[in-house]
Design a protein around this ligand. Sequence first.
Ligand code: UD1
Ligand code: CA
Length: 462
Amino acid sequence: MKLDVVILAAGKGTRMYSSKPKVLHSIGGKAMLEHVVATTQTLDNTQLHIVVGYGADQIKSYFSANTNMPELHWVLQSEQLGTAHAVQQVLPALDCDNEENLVLVLYGDVPLIKSTTLRTLVDQAGVNGLSLLTVITEKPEGLGRIVREQSGDISAIVEEREATEEQKAIKEINSGIMVVPVAKLGRWLKKIGNDNTQGEFYLTDIVALAAQENCKINSSVITDELEVQGVNDKTQLAILERHYQMTKTEELMKAGVTIRDPARVDIRGELECGNDVEVDVNVIFEGKVTLGNGVSVGANTVIKDSVIADHTTILPGCNIDGANIGEKAAVGPYARIRPGTVLKEAVKIGNFVEIKNTTMGKGSKASHLAYIGDAEIGENVNIGAGTIVCNYDGVNKHKTVIGDDVFVGSNSVLIAPLKIADGAFIAAGSAINSDVAAGELAVARGKQRNISKWKRPSKRSQ
Ligand code: UD1
Ligand code: CA
C-alpha cells in the first residue's frame, strides 16, 4: 500500500490580516506548514503533494531558504475555489486506478497534528472505506459538524454556514484530516458541487456521497483538541504557540532541566540540555542551542544557534548569537556575543561588552564596557574597561592578534591591523596603531602636565 499525502495550503487566511500566506505564520519559530510537512516525513512509503495558491512563491522560497528538506512536490491551485477543488488539483499526480492506495488529506493550518495519530488513522482505513479524524469539543463554532444516524454511523459533515440550528448543537467536529481510497476519491470529487452559501467546493461533501454508497465511514475521535486545532486568526495562533511551548518545556523538565517558569521560556528551534541545567524567566532560545551540564541561563536572555559548554554561567540580560562558549565561562550581565565568537574555558565577559568574530583563549577576561571585533586573543589576557578594537577603517575590516598574558589598560583603542605579542602591556588610555613586541610596554597618550598657580576663569562683570 502506498500513501499519497495531500497538504492543503492554498488559502490566504483572510482573518490573519497579513500579507504573508497563513501557513507561513510560525509556531515555535517554524512555519505552520513546515511543522505539518515534517510530521508527514515520519510516515513510511508516502508521496507528499502540497497544494499552494496564495503566496505560492513566497512559500516555496521559505522552504528553500529555511529548511534542508528534499525537493517537495508543489501543486498550484491558482484560484481558491474550496477544499475539494484544491484536492482535485492533485488528481493528475495520483494513480487513481490503483485499488489499494490511500490518500491522506491534511491542512497546512493545523500544525500540531502528531504522526502517531496519523498512523492510527491510516492503519484503521481500509481500501473500501473513508476514515475521519474527529474531536468532541465545547466550542464547535466555525467548524464542520459530524452528523451521525441513530445507529451511530456517520452520514455527513455539515459546514457551520450550512448547518441547521439542530446541527449547530452537535459537538463532534471535523478536524479536516481524512483518509480516502484513491480509486474512490476522483469519482466523488467529480460529483461535488458548489451550491452552498460560500459558492465553494467543499471536500467535506464526500462524506455524504460515501454514505449514500453505503461505503464504510470510520472515525477516530481524538481527545487532545489542540492537536487538531486549526489556525484562522492571531488568537488561535497564540494559543497553539503556548501549547507548543508547554509541550517543549515539559519534555525538558521531564529530562531534569530546571525551568523557573515554563510559561516564560520560548524555544524557537531545537534546545538540547545536559544535566543540572537551570533556565530563569524570560529566556528565548532560537535555532539550534546546546547547553552542557550545569549551565545556568539568567533572566531576560536570548540565545541563538550557540553551544555553551559545561558549568558556564550566563548572567541576566545577554544576547548570544552564533557563539561557541567553553567550560566554566561567565558571560554577562548585559553582554552581547555575536556570530563567530569562540570563548575558551573560564573566559569572563562582563557587562556592556560586545564581541564578534573573535576567539578568546583560556582564562581571558573583558569585564566591562568594551567592543572586540575580528580579534584573536590568547590565554590569560585582560582587556580593560572601555577598550575598543577598531576593526573597521570605514572600508575594510582588519584583524587584531593578541598573544598570551597581555594586559590592555582601560580606555585603550587598538587600531587594526595589529599584533600585540605575549606579555605586552598597553598603558591605559593609549591609541595603539603599530605592533607591540613581547614583554614591551606601549604608552600612546598625551603626556600629563601639571600647571601650578593656574587661575580658574571667573565670571565677567557686565
Ligand atoms: C475546514 C473544513 C471544516 C473543518 C475545518 C477544520 C471544509 C469545507 N471545511 O474549514 O469542516 O472543521 O477545516 O479546521 O473543508 N484551502 C486550499 N484551497 C482552497 C480552500 C482552502 O488549499 O480553495 C486550504 C487552506 O489554505 C487551509 C485548508 O485548506 O489550509 C482549510 O481551509 P479553511 O478555509 O481554513 O477551511 P475551514 O473553514 O477552516
Ligand atoms: Ca481553517
